[in-house]
Design a protein around this ligand. Sequence first.
Ligand code: SF4
Length: 66
Amino acid sequence: MSNDTHGTCGSCDHFGEGVPQQQLVQIRMNPEAGAEVMSRCAAPRNAEIHLSVGPKSGCDAWTPAA
Ligand code: SF4
């Protein structure tokens, strides 16, 4: 089932592996700030296929970053 209210990877708790903390904070405030950054998605369903995503990507497993 689709969730039309989810955000993008840049504001997702599963995004950020390998991204410096300061840059990750900037991306969470503004996904455009790191449009070129790629990170492996840590959501279990995506991690097993080693999915890499950018801040403006998204999926139904989106979980708001703490
Ligand atoms: S692919 Fe989905 S679960 Fe992974 S970081 Fe993006 S929105 Fe989150």
